[in-house]
Design a protein. Structure first.
Length: 299
């Protein structure tokens, strides 16, 4: 079958998949919304496959069949870009983009330093950050939305290659005036006996619950919270205790109240901050440079 969709139209289709919105894509690409819709309609017609579900409140959602096609489109566009640069004798990729997927708690603590180092190595490259929970990060990478990912090594499928950078040991987070805060280290059973505020994201919740069940401790879950900083502010307010992995430099929350952080006396499983990439997929020079900076900074 001969596909007559132009490279520009394929680029709009890929951008629509990344943005999840016709209007946002049109604005970002400097075209009309009708141009984006025309590219989508033409490509779907030629593929004879429904690639997008269009929902008024949620924008564009890529179908299961469309996910594989979008990955192939993004790979094709990357190959086409490399070919054009080679044919034009362009020695570098300075004016291109890099899409990075990252776990939501890692972004504010590590990504700014990494991006700062990266732009010094690759000036002119626009970095797009796609932040989400662990499963969303895997989807960003699997679907070609992201070129590379900075995340934890939890729930990683075999389709990804992983480079572990350093451990992120879990710690108990307590109100600053809690009696347990007087100890240098605390016990798993000490925390399990208290009202517990669970950092409730996919894969994360399983990891934290497993920390306790491995030691025969049943959690007393009082709250399930999807925001990392909300967990910290609730602990600071005396509403319970919790366990987290990423630790800011200062133990002060957004509300100005303090928390106390204590590591465990028991040996506990520590996830690793890691770089993920798709197996059998050659990293661009941009992604290679990003990976190198991560290895230099996060160690």
């Amino acid at each position: 079958m001969l596909i007559k969709t132009s490279l520009r139209q394929l680029h709009l289709v890929a951008a629509a998949a990344r943005n999840g919105s016709v209007s946002h894509t049109a604005t970002a690409e400097g075209v009309s919304a009708s141009s984006v819709l025309l590219a989508i309609d033409k490509f779907e017609s030629e593929c004879k496959t429904k690639i997008f579900i269009r929902q008024r409140s949620k924008g564009l959602i890529v179908t299961r069949d469309g996910q594989k096609i979008i990955r192939e489109v993004m790979d094709f566009l990357a190959d086409a870009e490399r070919f054009i640069r080679s044919a034009m004798g362009s020695p570098g990729e300075e004016s291109s983009e890099l899409h990075v997927a990252t776990f939501t708690t890692l972004a504010p603590l590590h990504l700014s330093a990494v991006i700062s180092g990266f732009v010094r190595a690759m000036p002119g490259v626009m970095v797009h950050v796609h932040s989400g929970d662990l499963r969303e990060v895997h989807h960003f990478l699997r679907d070609g939305v992201a070129d590379i990912a900075l995340t934890y090594d939890l729930g990683v499928a075999d389709e990804f290659a992983i480079k572990r950078l350093r451990l992120a040991p879990p710690y108990a987070i307590l109100p600053a005036d809690d009696p347990l805060a007087k100890k240098n280290r605390v016990s798993i059973s000490d925390i399990g006996a208290r009202p517990y505020i669970l950092f409730d994201l996919p894969e994360s919740r399983s990891y934290f619950e497993r920390l306790f069940t491995t030691h025969g401790v049943q959690l007393n879950i009082a709250y399930r919270i999807e925001s990392w900083e909300m967990v910290r502010t609730m602990v600071a307010a005396g509403m319970g205790v919790s366990v987290l992995n990423m630790r800011p430099r200062y133990d002060v929350t957004y509300t100005g109240k303090r928390v106390a952080c204590r590591y465990f006396v028991e040996e506990v499983q520590s996830p690793s901050i890691s770089i993920l990439q798709r197996k059998n997929h050659e990293l661009s020079k941009r992604a290679q440079a990003f990976k190198k900076v991560c290895e230099e900074i996060i160690k």
